[in-house]
Design a protein around this ligand. Structure first.
Ligand code: NAP
Length: 305
């Protein structure tokens, strides 16, 4: 039997900047498949992270120096928190190879285009993107090869980007297991504000509220009661609320307008629910709960639950 022909790797040298949950998952799947990148170079601002990456063994080269890490790469992928992107872009710009593709995985897209785009030299192409995949864990140990499998990857290409370049990035993510769709960056940020950023804000807030009650003490709700009876709903919020504080701080601050708009709508709707509870409006309450169930069922059918 002849050996099956391995497709050419999408990139010759892929440099990943920031090797946490997402960066290490990209490295792991690239290493496992072999047809995403011929060589995987990684860099991170944290020496402890790079030390750990060396032990985990999913990179071909570990390069603490950013300039040396990006030199000669035909694809550079930013996988650090979005608040760091401007600094990284400024530092790496003079060292990018002509024809290189710069892409990213950041959870916000308008801010990334604003912060990175103007700093890149003319001879590179910028293709911003965002994998709709994640967990509440962070760091290089948290990544795994199947993170992107069956998940959406959203591309927000710029008007001047060569479609062939965008297609190369799309092909990378399809091989990693994702379904790829292009989206306008402003629209992306509004959609993410409601499906991801607001739910995180609510989870962080509810945990804070419960903790405040516990700290106040007296004969009110105690911390031990919060922990003991958490299974009644609170537990699911704590999973989301255990996400990385720096990553989420940056997401909130870099999608400010869309997040505040969705929060205002949510606050209005919670007030309507509060009014229904106060006045005993059972049909309203039941209708709202029913809508939640319907959304959950649709998610399960779409295999996104
Ligand atoms: P993470 O696990 O916290 O990893 C981020 C890594 O970047 C850390 O190792 C961090 O080092 C490093 N880093 C910080 N500043 C840096 C800099 N200036 N230069 C190089 N490395 C730097 O975060 P993550 O969850 O992988 O998220 C990475 C990106 O993916 C973020 O932009 C996020 O918005 C996006 N994203 C996340 C999810 C998710 O669910 N987590 C989903 C989709 C997209 P230190 O730990 O020392 O700071």
């Amino acid at each position: 039997m002849p050996e099956p022909i391995q497709p050419r790797p999408v990139f010759q040298r892929l440099t990943l900047i920031g090797i946490g949950l997402i960066g290490s998952s990209v490295a792991r799947i690239a290493r496992e498949r072999g047809d995403l990148a011929a060589e995987i170079v990684v860099t991170d601002s944290s020496p402890a992270v790079l030390e750990r990456v060396a032990a985990l063994g999913f990179a071909d080269r570990i390069e603490p120096d950013l300039a040396r890490a990006v030199a000669g790469a035909d694809c550079v992928m930013l996988c650090a928190p979005v608040g760091t992107y401007a600094g990284i872009a400024a530092a790496m710009a003079p060292h990018l190879a002509p024809g290189a593709i710069v892409t990213d995985v950041g959870s916000t897209k308008v801010s990334v285009i604003r912060d990175v785009g103007p700093l890149l030299p003319e001879h590179v192409q910028f293709v911003p993107g965002h994998p709709m995949a994640g967990t509440e864990y962070s760091g290089p140990d948290a990544g795994f090869t199947t993170l992107f499998e069956g998940r959406w990857f959203l591309l927000t290409p710029l008007p001047g980007t060569d479609p062939a370049t965008t297609e190369r990035v799309a092909e990378f993510w399809r091989r990693a297991g994702s379904m790829v769709e292009a989206m306008d960056p402003v629209h992306h940020d509004r959609v993410m504000a409601i499906v991801s950023h607001l739910p995180h804000l609510i989870a962080f807030t509810i945990c804070g509220t419960a903790d405040d009650l516990a700290v106040e003490g007296g004969d009110d709700v105690s911390r031990s009661e919060v922990l003991k009876f958490a299974a009644s709903g609170f537990r699911d919020f704590t999973r989301i609320a255990s996400s990385d504080p720096v990553m989420w701080r940056d997401v909130f601050l870099n999608n400010r307008d869309a997040l505040l708009e969705m929060l205002a709508r949510f606050t209005e709707d919670s007030q309507a629910m509060a009014r229904a509870v106060r006045w005993g409006d059972a049909p309203y309450i039941e209708d709202r709960i029913g809508r939640g169930r319907k959304i959950r069922r649709s998610l399960i059918e779409l295999k996104q639950a």
